[in-house]
Design a protein around this ligand. Structure first.
Ligand SMILES: [Zn+2]
Ligand SMILES: [Zn+2]
Length: 262
């Protein structure tokens, strides 16, 4: 399984002195060139040719940093591709997309356009805890504890599996399910704020380095490769220092452009 990181931060931010206009980007992972896991970064991180290979978009929740480039994907690909792109998420997420984004006010309804018989997007409601097949990939959405309905994911291809926390505060079911997998190769756990902002992390339902360590411990697999992601770019340096101070030898921080092969 090939996982390409288009964006892995909790917002977008450029850095002084860098030539690229944006260095830190919102969430968007491409798996096996065909499935987009969250669409905070999508169209701006992929060439038109690469966008044409996308068959599935699987969304963790409705927050803008996870969906904001979905419209550009539709605009770029409308009239260009023969296939429909499956947009999958909890029913409430799909309803929210249609009510607040593709509502014929903010944007046209790409679940109906260009023609109602062959719209560019086709919705698929994910049933929590139940695996869904997307080509060769099996994805299970497990509800987590965020400020809006939100899921983490277990992604499997028959040989390897990995777990992505999604935006969450302390959670249980996702780790129980992941810990039961014999071929679990990696855990990606969000870490949005530094430890001194634990109160804000708790009210906004996110994690800090110390809280990440507590969540990782629930997997009872200390040798498992672990990646922190969804760092708020403004606090990135402090978060990274605090992550480094944790006694977690397998811990690394995801970065844009990274490709992970499992
Ligand atoms: Zn987020
Ligand atoms: Zn969120």
């Amino acid at each position: 399984m090939k996982i390409r990181i288009l964006g892995c931060h909790g917002s977008d931010l450029s850095q002084p002195g860098k030539t690229s206009s944006v260095v830190f980007r919102s969430m968007g992972f491409v798996i096996n060139d065909a499935l987009l896991l969250d669409a905070g970064t999508a169209a701006s991180g992929l060439t038109l040719e690469e966008q044409q290979r996308i068959r599935y978009v699987v969304l963790s929740h409705l927050h803008l940093d996870h969906i904001k480039e979905l419209p550009a994907l539709a605009v770029n690909l409308g009239g260009l591709i023969d296939h429909q792109i499956v947009v999958a998420g909890l029913q409430s997420i799909l309803n929210g997309l249609k009510a607040h984004i593709f509502n014929n006010i903010v944007l046209p309804d790409f679940f109906v356009l260009p023609t109602p018989r062959r719209p560019i997007f086709r919705e698929l409601a994910l049933e929590p805890h139940r695996p869904h097949m997307f080509g060769e990939l099996k994805i299970t959405a497990i509800p987590v504890d965020h400020s809006v309905p939100s899921v983490g994911f277990i992604v499997e291809d028959g040989q390897s599996s990995w777990v992505l926390s999604g935006d969450t505060y302390a959670t249980e079911a996702l780790w129980v399910r992941a810990a039961a997998l014999s071929n679990l190769k990696m855990a990606c756990i969000e870490t949005s704020f530094p430890d001194e902002m634990t109160e804000l992390a708790q009210t906004s339902k996110h994690l800090t380095p110390r809280l990440l360590a507590r969540e990782f411990d629930k997997l009872k697999n200390p040798h498992l490769p672990l990646y922190a992601y969804h760092l708020k770019p403004a606090f990135r340096e402090r978060i990274i220092d605090q992550l480094a101070a944790l006694d977690l030898p397998t811990l690394d921080v995801l970065h844009e452009g990274q490709v992970i092969t499992l």
